[in-house]
Design a protein around this ligand. Structure first.
Ligand SMILES: Cc1cc2nc3c(=O)[nH]c(=O)nc-3n(C[C@H](O)[C@H](O)[C@H](O)COP(=O)(O)OP(=O)(O)OC[C@H]3O[C@@H](n4cnc5c(N)ncnc54)[C@H](O)[C@@H]3O)c2cc1C
Length: 485
């Protein structure tokens, strides 16, 4: 049994088998969960991860005593009866979470609004602020909740049929006239990566209702602890792992999985492979042309990745009061049509978990969204990084004029950095974009045309975000076990 602070490390080379029941490529959260459930059921599982730590986007790094979370800011569905809560209980993982309430603020140029971690309370606040839309708010949420439940239970139903081809913007237009209300109800679109005019209504309901119903959670000690806890459980169940090892090829014999080949040339054989990595790379880079059905490859060729982000991590020294700095989205537009504009997300994780920084010091973390084509022709990423650091700090000074004097550590990540650490193409934050033609049954299925090859994570169903990929990893493990029988 590994203790809570035992280091995460690879299985010793001489302990590895030459044949596994299942090889999981990628130790993102979906890969970890899938591997843990399969190991728990007695399967011989090997997890192969190119980075030296597990977690994918759910990792942390340390600089001068500050623990920065690389990407993930909080996690939905960690309540006792929600997906992550139930999954951890089934695996026997104990983890302390901080519950965030309010979970967010939406800061617009002329007003701000707090989002509580309580669906009824939020509805009431909206009805009080927009009394002329009170009845519409009520019936909107009735449908929105029904939609969430139907997608959650994966059931074909009338409510899915009604909304599956609708963007969230179309759904809002169907219920409301008030432009400001529509703007407020769209303010968290950054969590799924597409503005209301393009995002699927189903995807928005999955994200928003999940957060409003159960709130958002922050793992004690940071997001790496979340990944490490699953990793340790997997090892406890007898799982094997190779960190700092990249899969270069998926081995296929007569349309059936035969194993994987690593970038050092070593081949490891298995009956099943689960890919937790970028789906396009799975089928284009890790396989030969004739290994995959032409129609399937064509479908993938036409699919579009989600957006990416620029991230700024600041270690802040003693003496500055960050008490008034609101956690949440800082949106630049002042009407509904400007919802696609660039935005900033600011958080101070040390307000939630003070031990992330040395005593009396703090962390400020910023996410910057730029429009799709902003990064298209970048050739000098170093220069871009420098310019974006300068611009983002200038924006932050708008809220905290003295902040620069207190910065002790400054780190930044461009989309190239995100890509380098996770191999998600162009640093795609959420796998495929959650447009109406890439969600629900239009998103890639976890089963593939290659016998014994499964997909898990944000490139497959149900979609992006930690809670969704936990559900994906768990679901795929069950599917493999069912098919095994
Ligand atoms: C900036 C940012 C902020 C976010 N904030 C949140 C948030 O607050 N809350 C939330 O719920 N979600 C958030 N998300 C989304 C969430 O992080 C992702 O949807 C989720 O982590 C994806 O998990 P995954 O298991 O699908 O894969 P990933 O995290 O992408 O992991 C894939 C793993 O596969 C490995 N790999 C890739 N190729 C290979 C190979 N060939 N061989 C071996 N290993 C390989 C990678 O190194 C990586 O570890 C955020 C994303 C970003 C980018």
């Amino acid at each position: 049994m590994l203790s809570d602070n035992s280091p995460v490390k690879s299985t010793k080379i001489d302990a590895l088998y030459s044949f596994y029941d299942v090889i999981v490529i990628g130790a993102g959260i979906a890969g970890l969960i899938c591997a843990a459930f399969l190991s728990k059921s007695g399967k011989k599982v090997l997890l192969v991860e190119q980075h030296f730590i597990p977690g994918g986007y759910c990792t942390s790094f340390k600089r001068k005593g500050f623990h920065f979370d690389a990407a993930v800011h909080h996690i939905g569905g960690c309540g006792k009866w929600s997906v992550v809560g139930r999954c951890f209980k089934t695996l026997g993982i104990e983890m302390d979470f901080y519950h965030l309430d309010p979970m967010d603020n939406l800061v617009f140029p002329s007003f701000s609004i707090e989002i509580p971690a309580d669906l009824d309370e939020y509805q009431l606040r909206l009805q009080t602020r927009y009394p002329h839309e009170s009845d519409n708010i009520k019936i909107f949420f009735q449908d929105f909740i029904k939609l969430y439940r139907a997608t959650f239970n994966n059931e074909k139903s009338q409510i899915i049929e009604k909304y599956k081809d609708m963007t969230y913007g179309m759904m809002l237009d169907h219920f409301f006239d008030d432009s400001e209300l529509k703007m407020v109800l769209s303010g968290q679109w950054g969590y799924i990566g597409l503005p209301p005019s393009k995002a699927s209504a189903l995807a928005m309901s999955q994200m928003m209702i999940n957060y409003l119903k159960d709130g958002a959670y922050f793992p004690k000690g940071g997001t790496q602890e979340f990944a490490n806890a699953i990793f340790r459980k997997f090892i406890d169940f007898g799982g094997h792992v190779m960190l700092s090892s990249k899969v270069k090829k998926i081995l296929i014999n007569k349309k059936f999985i035969a194993g994987v080949k690593l970038d050092n040339g070593k081949e490891i054989h298995s009956r099943v492979v689960v890919s937790n990595i970028d789906a396009r790379q799975t089928f284009y880079d890790l396989m030969d042309d004739n290994d995959v059905d032409v129609v399937y490859r064509k479908k993938i060729e036409g699919m579009k990745e989600s957006c990416t982000f620029f991230l700024l991590y600041l270690g802040i020294g003693k003496g500055i009061d960050l008490g008034n700095l609101k956690r949440g989205f800082y949106l630049s537009g002042s009407d509904y049509d400007s919802m696609e504009n660039e935005w900033l997300y600011i958080s101070v994780p040390t307000k939630i978990c003070p031990t992330l920084a040395p005593q009396n010091k703090q962390i400020v973390s910023l996410v910057v969204y730029k429009k799709d084509n902003f990064y298209k022709n970048v050739t000098d990423w170093k220069l871009l990084k420098q310019n974006m650091i300068t611009n983002t700090l200038e924006r932050l000074e708008g809220y905290l004029p003295d902040i620069k004097k207190y910065i002790e550590v400054i780190e930044a990540a461009t989309p190239k950095t995100l890509e380098r650490y996770t191999l998600n193409t162009n640093g795609a934050a959420y796998g495929w974009a959650v447009s109406t033609d890439q969600i629900w049954d239009q998103r890639l299925s976890p089963t593939t045309p290659v016998g014994g090859l499964y997909l898990t994570g944000h490139w497959t169903r149900p979609g992006p975000g930690i809670c969704a990929v936990v559900s994906s990893g768990w679901g795929v493990a069950n599917l493999i076990l069912e098919n095994w029988r």
